[in-house]
Structures are given as C-alpha cells and as structure tokens.
Design a protein around this ligand. Structure first.
Ligand SMILES: [Zn+2]
Length: 154
C-alpha cells in the first residue's frame, strides 16, 4: 500500500509498505532525511483517477489499496465493480437534506458571525431538516407496516 510521508523539510513523498510494516521507513528524496510510516504519515492525496489532487499527475499509476473493500483498486470502474459485486451502494446524501445543508453553508459564508437574521435562518433550516428526517423515518415505518399487512392478507 502507498503511504504519503511528509518530511520535516516539507517534502511529501510516496513510499510503499506492506500492511503489517508498521515500522516501515524510507528516505526523503529532497533532503535525504529518514521518514517513517509511524511519524511522517499524512493523508494520501491520491484519488481514484490516479492524479494528485494538487494536479500533479502520477506516472505509472497502478492503483491503490482500498481498506474498506480489502482489494487493490486500479480504476474508478474497478471500484464500482467491486462494490456491485458486494452489493454495496455508495453513500449519497438525501437531496432534500443536502439542499438544506448547502443553503446553511451559503448563509454562513455570506453573513457575519453576529448576524441574528442569518442565525435565525440557519436555525429554521435545522428545524426543517429535523422535521424531514422524522417524517422520513415515520414514512418508512408506515410503509413496512403496510407491507406486513399485505403479506398477511395474500
Ligand atoms: Zn526532506
């Protein structure tokens, strides 16, 4: 698995260690200082397309180890296939809740911290989100109950 290790000189370099190599160490390519998996690890900047988020392409990108899937993933399509095979669905926020949270983020960005009107609007949105969640849960309970009755009758 690939680890991004950040040297004290600021250089972030990639090092490959086995899952059990907790005390793995390498050398900073910029200054030659020793970097270790334990002390220098920073969140990986890899994404599925094989590019660094900073826009620096990775030559000979061969994939990454997905801990949740316990599989070496080589592409976005491969990840989708592995998820399908396991019957997993990627988490997607409910559109209504997402809209409310986007709106709150927008209000926060465009208001001052002491803005009472903005604070009130955010509070209203939180209430609306709570109500929506409760209704959604209630609806699913009702749906299940109705399904149960239908099955008994058939
Ligand atoms: Zn260094």
């Amino acid at each position: 698995m690939i680890y991004d290790l950040k040297c004290k000189c600021g250089e972030v370099s990639e090092h490959v260690f086995g899952m059990n190599e907790a005390d793995g160490a390498g050398q900073c390519p910029a200054c030659g200082e020793r970097v270790t998996r334990k002390d220098n690890r920073v969140p990986s900047t890899f994404n599925i397309a094989g590019c660094h988020s900073a826009g620096k392409p990775v030559p000979n990108y061969s994939g990454y180890y997905d801990e949740a899937l316990d599989t070496w993933i080589t592409s976005k399509q491969h990840r989708q296939d592995e998820m399908d095979r396991r019957g997993l669905v990627p988490y997607e926020p409910n559109p209504t809740l997402k809209r409310i949270s986007d709106e709150n983020a927008y209000i926060r960005r465009n208001s001052n911290s002491g803005d009472l009107e903005a604070a009130g609007a955010i509070k209203q949105n939180h209430k609306a989100a709570d109500k929506f969640r409760k209704n959604t849960i209630r609806d699913s309970i009702v749906d299940k109950a109705i399904d149960g009755i239908k099955k008994e009758q058939s």
